[in-house]
Design a protein around this ligand. Structure first.
Ligand code: PMP
Length: 429
């Protein structure tokens, strides 16, 4: 397998791009080696510039839930392109996508579209503060909520991968209202409320996906919501990753919890830049032009992105692949565990539907500290062996693998063989 063309582009990219990537999660820093450059993708496969073809378990970090270039999405987008790219004025498709989204989330009467998950969350946080008149926000260590200043502390995703405690350039003042709690630990949330009535709400990834997959234990989310109600604080569900992925109505539908404010991204744009935040009527009344909380966007509700979102969600609803995700995910989980056992490797697998992660550890992973016990050197060896055997994974221990509804039995067989080779390589370390 040759990576010559990728290497060449990488060197070229270094001249005018930072690290030759436009998002640090795409760098291969934690697995060694340089990023692959992608030429194209179709269905479950992604092809790099050297012509190497992989089963894609990155799926653009989640959005490509139907697989790449699904014909309905392609058609919807091509049709939209013929009418113009951006108008700076309202279009009917925004109303259509808003209805699909609001119908899926019972706690959402109104939604505002933005251009990324980061924007969705920073707006959702502003809204929580506007509605409650309070300043502080609690976040959980290891959760990632985009790159807004206030939440770049104890964050997962690229910060976990690069072992960064926070970001340079974030002034102390920007994080002074951010409090950190431990995932799956309600007591750590309660502690912050002791003697403090200035907490607007708690933001959470209802299923952790940015410290690797970490699952809420024993009704954690429901107990958190019940507790927050007693304190007059809001639950802000960051469903950028889990929205329309865990279930059509997100992790909230699955876990039977209704958040006060929901933030979305990834799948709702089907690969185009769309984010959204929404809530019940009384909360959304705060947002301009109805209320005094300002938030705007030149390209928000972009017609091409709306068309991508409508086509993706319509097809997703029709396919209803959540049972299939559970089955395939379950099969992968068993393959990972049994192969690790065969080669005598300590492995813990966390999975929630179509999000899955192996950790090279003995420790049950329920929070960020436990996730960090994983042997990242083993992961790096595993990662490259998977690449060599035709499976594209996120180049980090702390990023979830995603499944698409297009996956076939043949793909699973290929993944299974690759896992065997990769575990064998790890066992030889
Ligand atoms: N929240 C969560 C839970 C995410 O997983 C991400 C991105 N991985 C974001 C927010 C930020 O989204 P974006 O990268 O689109 O800004």
């Amino acid at each position: 397998m040759s990576f010559k063309k990728s290497e060449k582009l990488y060197k070229k990219g270094l001249v005018n791009l930072v690290g030759a990537v436009n998002s640090p999660v795409r760098a291969f820093s934690s697995v060694g080696g340089n990023p692959l450059f992608i030429k194209k993708a179709k269905g479950t496969k992604i092809t790099d510039v050297d012509g190497n073809k992989y089963v894609d378990l990155v799926l653009s970090y989640g959005p490509m839930i139907l697989g790449h270039r699904h014909k309905k999405v392609q058609k919807g987008v091509e049709k939209a392109l013929k009418s113009g790219y951006s108008f700076g004025a309202s279009t009917e498709n925004e109303i259509k996508l808003a209805k699909i989204v609001c119908d899926a989330f019972p706690g959402m009467d109104k939604v505002r579209f933005v251009n990324s998950g980061t924007e969705a969350v920073l707006s959702g946080i502003r809204l929580a503060r506007a509605f409650t008149g309070k300043d502080k926000i609690i976040k959980f260590a290891g959760c990632y909520h985009g790159h807004q200043d206030a939440l770049l502390v104890a964050a997962g995703s690229g910060l976990a991968t690069l072992s960064l405690p926070g970001s340079k350039g974030v002034p102390e003042g920007a994080v002074k209202n951010t409090l950190i709690a431990e995932y799956n630990n309600l007591e750590s949330v309660k502690k912050h409320f002791e003697g403090d009535d200035n907490i607007a709400g708690v933001i959470i990834e209802p299923i952790g996906g940015n410290m690797g997959v970490v699952i809420p234990q024993n009704n954690f989310l429901k107990e958190l919501k019940d507790y927050l109600e007693t304190k007059g604080a809001l639950l802000i569900a960051d469903e950028v990753m889990t929205g329309f992925r865990s279930k059509f109505g997100g992790a909230q539908e699955l876990l039977g919890v209704e958040a006060d404010i929901t933030c979305l991204g990834k799948v709702i744009g089907g690969g185009f830049p769309v984010g959204a935040y929404g809530a019940r009527e009384e909360i959304m009344q705060e947002v301009a032009p109805l209320g005094g909380m300002y938030q705007a966007g030149t390209l928000s509700g972009n017609p091409i992105a709306m068309a991508g979102g409508i086509a993706t969600l319509t097809e997703l609803k029709k396919q209803n692949p959540y049972k299939k995700f559970e089955e395939i995910g379950g099969i992968l989980e068993v393959i990972l565990l049994e192969t690790a056992k065969k080669y005598n490797i300590d492995l813990v697998v966390n999975r929630f539907g179509s999000m899955i992660n192996p950790f090279f550890t003995k420790v049950n992973v329920t929070n960020f500290d436990e996730a960090q016990t994983s042997d990242t050197e083993k992961f790096a060896v595993f990662f490259w062996e998977m690449i060599k055997n035709g499976v594209f994974l996120p180049p980090s221990q702390f990023e979830a693998w995603f499944l698409s509804s297009a996956l076939t039995e043949k793909d699973i067989q290929k993944i299974s063989k690759a896992i065997d080779m990769a575990m064998l390589a790890v066992s030889k370390m």
